[in-house]
Design a protein around this ligand. Structure first.
Ligand code: MSP
Length: 517
């Protein structure tokens, strides 16, 4: 395994408050960062805000405040969400940061210019401020941007700088097909290859200063400001010191291992960004992970539908760990996922209050009541062999090790394969499979009955149960770090293989009684 791991999220626009889609993206990157950190990789996790553009300038003006004050407040709001959700980022880059971001963004521009890929052209086009991009006739539905109905695109006629994206189609295709730039899932990869096959057009990479008012000046021509996407994409290298004197982070961590983004912005990350890097002579990121969208009650979340879900409210109501469970297990990274309050409460009760919470409360109670919390290391000879469930090959004579055997031979390898493929929900399923295995083991061996007949055998059975619970800790840690820590503090394994078990002060997850509709 490579000993560094650099992961990024998209940097969110600062014209709105964070919603559940943002929170989910931060969570995905956080799980991966925590996973690789725990495996000993030197890990760097970057997130931040995309603060420029006419949209922000206009909103700030409407509120009668300076754009900087406006974006400062938004950045605080996103950071608050990060804190509430336990997002373990290393740096929060902001594109309005003149010291951290601007020098690198301008250095990158200069490299592209030196490569002959930036040129000036008179351009007339339809600009959608909502999307921050030029639209073509075929993008329109009834003369409007389909994503921003009711807001007619603006006709723009300006002399702008253009980026020669058209030059890079073949090179991009080759990198994507060869997997050197690993685009996941396959559907996103194919979609991007299809766009390349249609032919890539050059992109307007700057706007007139008076039109935008708020952005990074083009080097040597401050009458033009960089196009927000050119500015924003650069964050992945500027934050690391690219174009600055202190570029130690860039040297250590670039190329990024993964850019985690949503499917609406795949083309910027799979086409524009790698082409910019090819032009500037900077190595390409290793992968672009394109996650699905979160909908609410089957519909796209939107202000007008009033079905937006405020992730902070959700965390206040259910707690960080429960929301991380929801994101980790109930949402699917590579598909769209639907949030429904009812389903969330059902899953919470079944898998947190009952599943993991109940397992901890039952097992620690048994350990306390029968053994005063001290469970000696398991002695294979002390465990009766039960055959009510299919035995696993190799475990017939060591039945009390069945749990460990399943963990080592099946659960852990599958978990690792899934998580390293960013299939976080499938990795989380492995955790709940293990919980199911431990529950079934208790049901099979009935330590609560066994203890009356043969205390030593009951102790051996419980030792096996705690082996299983102990194995949950590292598997849970990337998703639900506090729960993992709590379990680790309740079930401590000693060097000789014995366990010191304490009773939880309160249930790990209190049951939620769903309000009657
Ligand atoms: N500012 C750009 C990104 C620049 S990255 C160099 C942007 N911002 S955004 O705020 O609109 O979106 C930020 C991220 O959230 C994107 O990856 C986007 O796909 C993701 N999501 C926005 N809505 C979403 C859902 N409803 N569900 C899941 N993710 C969604 O785009």
């Amino acid at each position: 395994m490579k000993d560094t791991f650099y992961i990024t999220t998209a940097i969110a626009y600062s014209n709105d408050d964070p919603h559940i889609g943002h929170a989910y993206e931060f969570f995905i990157a956080d799980v991966m960062a925590r996973y690789f950190r725990a495996r000993g990789a030197e890990t760097y996790f970057l997130t931040g805000m995309d603060e420029h553009g006419s949209k922000v300038a206009r909103k700030a003006k409407d509120q009668g405040i300076a754009p900087q004050a406006y974006v400062d407040a938004r950045a605080e709001s996103f950071k608050e969400l990060d804190r509430m959700l336990g997002i373990s980022y290393d740096q929060f880059i902001r594109t309005s940061d003149k010291a951290a971001h601007w020098p690198g963004a301008q250095a990158l521009w200069k490299k592209m210019e030196e490569a002959g890929d930036i040129y000036k052209k008179l351009y007339k086009g339809l600009y959608c401020v909502g999307c921050e991009k030029f639209l073509t006739e075929k993008d329109l539905a009834n003369g409007e941007c389909p994503l921003h109905p009711g807001r007619a695109p603006e006709t723009v006629e300006e002399e702008n700088y253009f980026f020669r994206l058209s030059k890079y189609g073949d090179a991009l295709r080759e990198k994507i097909v060869s997997g050197e730039l690993d685009v996941r899932p396959l559907s996103a990869k194919n979609e991007m290859l299809a766009l390349i096959d249609e032919g890539l057009q050059d992109v307007s990479f700057s706007r007139k200063e008076e039109a935008v008012l708020w952005g990074v000046p083009v080097p040597d021509d401050p009458s033009q400001l960089m196009y927000v996407w050119c500015d924003a994409l650069a964050n992945y290298v500027t934050a690391m010191g690219y174009g600055r004197e202190d570029d130690a982070l860039f040297k250590t961590f670039w190329p990024a291992d993964a850019h985690v983004i949503g499917k609406d912005i795949a083309r910027f990350h799979v086409l524009f960004w790698p082409a910019m890097l090819l032009s500037a002579g900077v190595p390409l990121p290793r992968s672009v992970i394109v996650h699905g969208f979160i909908t609410a009650d089957g519909k796209k979340m939107s202000k007008s539908l009033g079905n937006g879900v405020d992730p902070k409210d959700l965390i206040r109501e259910f707690g960080t760990e429960a929301v991380r469970y929801l994101f980790g297990r109930e949402f699917s990274v590579f598909d769209d996922s639907d949030f429904s309050r009812e389903r969330f409460i059902e899953a919470y009760n079944a898998n947190l209050a009952n599943g993991i919470g109940n397992l901890l409360s039952r097992s620690t109670k048994m350990a306390d009541a029968y053994f005063g919390g001290s469970i000696p290391a398991a002695d294979p000879a002390k465990v009766p062999v039960r055959t009510s469930r299919p035995t696993i090959s190799g475990s017939e004579t060591l039945s009390e090790y069945t749990i460990q055997y399943m963990i080592k031979s099946d659960i852990e390898p599958r978990y690792q394969k899934h998580i390293e493929a960013f299939e976080i929900n499938r990795a989380a399923d492995c955790v709940w499979e293990l919980i199911g295995i431990i529950d079934a083991y208790i049901a099979d061996y009935e330590p609560f009955k066994l203890v009356k007949a043969d205390k030593e055998q009951a102790a051996a059975v419980l030792a096996s149960v705690f082996e299983g619970i102990h194995a949950l800790v590292p598997l849970l840690a990337p998703f639900m770090p506090d729960t993992a820590e709590k379990i680790a503090s309740l079930v401590r394994k000693n060097e000789d293989g014995s366990f010191a078990v304490s009773l939880p002060e309160a249930p790990l997850f209190a049951r939620i009684e769903a309000p009657k509709a």
